[in-house]
Ligand binder design. Structure first.
Ligand code: AMP
Length: 618
C-alpha cells in the first residue's frame, strides 16, 4: 500500500473513513502523507487537522514510540521524480495485519489477525491520548500527559493571553518571555529540550549530511530559524532539521522522542541551564508552578462543597476535585483566618515546584485569584497516616509490613529533603497528619508551608517565631528557636515511635512519664521494649525489625542534636544489621513548656495536633 503522491499524474493516495459501519460513503476522517522534505503522516477531520505522526527520525515516527525499526513493521519512504510515498511491509510474513480508518475518536487502527480465536485484534490506535490532539497547546507550548493542566509554555516562553491560558484555552499559544536580537553575539542562544516529539515539519528544512554543530550554525545564520535537531537519531544522531517561525504541536514523549534545540534570548538560556547551581533568592522566586483558573477549580470541587471536603489542616480545608479530563486532585484552600499568610503560601509553592521525590506529595499547580489562594496536589486516596494510626479499628488495616514500608518511605523522603535535593530543606512540621498515603499505602510527606531552605553548607537556622506541632518539636527548637536537620530527625523519631506503638506522643499519659518517648525509654531500660509494640499488630510484626525501629526512634529523640543520627544513617540502619549505639536520655520532658512562653502565646498552646506558632520572649 502506498500513502502519498503520484507526482506525474498529480494523484494523492490517502485513506478515508466510512461514514459509519453500515455506510461506505466517505466520512470526514482522512489520513494522508505530507509532501515535504521531512515528511510525516497527518489525519484530518474535514478541513481541520486532527493528528500528525511526527517525521521519520531514523528509528520510528517521532510521535509514535511504538513504531520502531525493530517492531514487526518495516517502513519505507520513497521519493523520486515520479512518486513520493510512505509504505510498509510486515517483517514476519506469516502474520496478517491491516490498517483501518474509522469515523471515531481513535481514527486510525491497526488490526492483527488472531489465528486461535479467528478474530481481528486491535494492535494499535491513533491518536493515543489527549496530547496527540494536533497542536492542542498552541505555538511554543508543550503537552505533558499526567500533568495538570497538560499544556505549559516551553521554558523561556509565557502565555500569549494569560487570561485565556488559565481558562485552559491554549490555542493562542506562547510567546518569548524576552525578545531576542538575531545573531548579536551574547544576545541569543539555544536551549536543549529532551524527549520531545519535534514540531510540525511544514515549515522546516532537512539536510541528511550535516552534523549537529553545522546544523546549529545553519540555524544561527538564519534569523527566521527558531529551532534545530538531528534529522536521524540512530547511533548518537546525524543529519540536520531546522524549523522556521512558530513551533507547533510539541509534546513530551517519556522514554522516547528526541532532543530539540530552541532559540532563546541568552538571559533565558542562562536561567534554564543555571538551575543546577540555583541558590540565589531572586532566581528562586522566578520559579513557577502551573497556574490554575479559579473558575475551573471551583467547578472541579463542586464549588468547594462540604461533600468534597477531605480534611482540614492548620491552614484551611482540603477538597477533592476532578479536572475536566478525569484527573483526581486535592485542593488546599487557604482560609482567610489561616495563619499561613501569603509568605508561607509562596514558600510552599516555590519549594513544591522544585522538589520531586516519590515520597513527597506532588503539587500540580496553584491559583492566586481574587481573595483566594489555592494549592492543587495529586490526590492521595488514603488521606493521612494519623487517620489509620490513631484509630483502633482503622489501625488494624496497617499491618507490620505496611508500617515498615511507611517508615522507610518517610525516612527516604526526609533524606531527600535534607541531603539529596538541590535545595537543603528543613521541613519543621513532620507529623503523622503530614504523611499522606496513596492508593497502595505508599507514604508521601506533605505540607511545606513551614519548611525552610538552607544554603549549601548551612545546617541550622534560628527563628524568633517558633512554628510546628507540640509533641514533635525538638527541645532546642521549642525552647530556643534553633531549627536544623536534627530537629527534623527528632520529629521523625517521635513519628517512628508512634507508628510502632500506634499511640500519639502528645496524648499519651501513663502514670509516671508524661509522654510516649518517656514510656519507650522506660520500657527499653527495663528490658521490656516488646510491651511498647502496638497490640493490634498481633503476630504480623517482625520482632527484630520492630525492636530496631524502637531503638532508632530513641536515638532520634536524644536531647542533644549532635547525638542524633542524620537521615542517611537512619535509612541505612533501617535496612541493615549494623550495631546501633546506645541511646542517651531522651527529651521526654518536652511538655514542660516554660511559663513565660505560655503566657506570651494564645490559648492554642494547650492544643493537640494542630500546627501552632508561638513568639519566643527574645
Ligand atoms: P493539611 O492542611 O496538608 O494538613 O491537610 C489536611 C488534611 O487534608 C490531611 O490530613 C488529609 O486528610 C487531607 N489531605 C491533604 N492533602 C491531601 C491530598 N493530596 N490527598 C488527599 N487528602 C489530602
Amino acid at each position: 500500500m502506498k500513502l502519498g503522491w503520484d507526482l506525474k499524474k498529480g494523484l494523492n493516495w490517502f485513506l478515508t473513513a466510512w461514514k459509519n459501519w453500515d455506510d461506505p460513503s466517505p466520512g470526514d476522517f482522512t489520513r494522508s502523507t505530507l509532501h515535504t522534505n521531512n515528511p510525516e503522516e497527518v489525519m484530518w477531520k474535514g478541513t481541520t487537522q486532527y493528528y500528525r505522526s511526527g517525521p521519520w527520525d531514523g528509528i520510528g515516527f517521532s510521535g509514535i514510540p511504538s513504531v520502531s525499526s525493530d517492531s514487526n513493521t518495516n517502513y519505507t519512504i520513497v521519493s523520486n521524480k515520479d512518486e513520493f510515498y510512505i509504505t510498509y511491509s510486515l517483517i514476519d510474513k506469516s502474520l496478517i495485519s491491516r490498517v483501518v480508518m474509522n469515523q471515531t475518536r481513535y481514527a486510525r487502527q491497526r488490526l492483527a489477525w488472531n489465528i486461535d480465536s479467528q478474530t481481528w485484534r486491535v494492535s494499535s490506535e491513533l491518536p493515543t491520548d489527549f496530547c496527540d490532539q494536533y497542536n492542542i497547546c498552541g505555538a511554543f507550548g508543550i503537552c505533558v500527559i499526567g500533568q495538570a493542566p497538560a499544556c505549559k509554555c516551553l521554558d523561556g516562553f509565557k502565555p500569549k493571553s494569560p487570561r485565556n491560558w488559565t481558562q485552559m484555552s491554549w490555542n493562542q499559544g506562547c510567546v518569548h518571555n524576552q525578545t531576542w536580537s538575531c545573531r548579536k553575539k551574547g544576545r541569543d542562544g539555544f536551549n536543549k529540550f529532551s524527549n520531545v516529539k519535534v514540531p510540525d515539519t511544514r515549515r522546516s528544512w532537512v539536510n541528511a549530511n550535516m552534523t549537529l554543530d553545522e546544523c546549529k550554525n545553519k540555524c544561527w545564520e538564519n534569523c527566521s530559524c527558531t529551532a534545530y535537531a538531528n534529522s536521524d537519531i540512530k547511533g548518537g544522531g546525524s543529519g540536520c532539521a531546522i524549523w522556521f517561525s512558530d513551533l507547533l504541536d510539541i509534546r513530551l514523549m517519556p522514554n522516547a522522542g528526541q532532543d530539540l534545540y530552541i532559540r532563546l534570548a541568552m538571559s533565558e538560556t542562562e536561567i534554564i541551564t543555571g538551575i543546577e547551581g540555583k541558590n540565589n533568592k531572586s532566581q528562586q522566586e522566578d520559579f513557577e508552578l502551573p497556574l490554575f483558573d479559579l473558575a475551573s477549580i471551583a467547578h472541579a470541587t463542586n464549588n468547594f462543597s462540604n461533600d468534597n471536603k477531605l480534611g482540614e489542616g492548620g491552614f484551611g480545608p482540603v477538597y477533592k476535585g476532578i479536572l475536566p479530563y478525569g484527573q483526581e486532585v486535592a485542593v488546599k484552600r487557604l482560609s482567610e483566618t489561616s495563619r499561613q499568610g501569603l509568605k508561607e503560601f509562596k514558600n510552599e509553592v516555590m519549594l513544591c515546584a522544585e522538589l520531586q521525590h516519590r515520597n513527597l506529595v506532588k503539587v500540580l499547580g496553584c491559583c492566586i485569584q481574587d481573595d483566594e489562594k489555592l494549592l492543587i496536589y495529586e490526590y492521595m486516596a488514603n488521606k493521612s497516616l494519623d487517620v489509620f494510626l490513631f484509630d483502633s479499628s482503622q489501625g488494624k488495616l496497617l499491618d507490620w509490613p505496611k508500617r515498615f514500608c511507611i517508615i522507610n518511605g518517610i525516612a527516604r523522603g526526609l533524606l531527600y529533603l535534607h541531603q539529596d535535593s538541590r535545595l537543603r530543606i528543613i521541613h519543621r512540621d513532620l507529623k503523622a497528619s503530614n504523611v499522606l498515603l496513596d492508593n497502595e499505602m505508599n507514604p508521601k510527606i506533605s505540607d511545606f508551608g513551614l519548611a525552610r531552605m538552607c544554603g549549601g553548607d548551612q545546617i541550622e537556622g534560628k527563628t524568633s517565631r517558633v512554628v510546628g506541632t507540640y509533641g514533635y518539636m525538638a527541645p532546642e527548637y521549642a525552647f530556643d528557636g534553633i531549627f536544623s536537620i536534627k530537629s527534623d530527625v527528632f520529629s521523625f523519631g517521635v513519628l517512628l515511635l508512634e507508628i510502632v506503638s500506634g499511640k500519639k506522643n502528645r496524648l499519651f499519659s501513663p502514670n509516671d512519664y508524661n509522654n510516649l518517648i518517656g514510656h519507650a525509654w522506660r520500657l527499653s531500660k527495663e528490658g521490656k521494649p516488646m510491651q511498647f509494640i502496638d497490640t493490634s499488630l498481633k503476630d504480623s510484626y517482625n520482632l527484630h525489625e520492630a525492636l530496631r525501629c524502637i531503638h532508632i526512634g530513641l536515638l532520634c529523640v536524644q536531647h542533644h542534636p549532635n547525638d542524633r543520627p542524620n537521615m542517611a544513617s537512619v535509612v541505612v540502619s533501617l535496612s541493615n544489621e549494623n550495631a546501633l549505639p546506645l541511646p542517651k536520655n531522651p527529651s521526654y520532658q518536652l511538655n514542660d513548656i516554660p511559663t513565660e512562653r505560655e503566657s506570651s502565646s494564645n490559648t492554642s498552646l494547650s492544643v493537640n495536633d494542630v500546627t501552632t506558632s508561638m513568639l519566643s520572649g527574645r
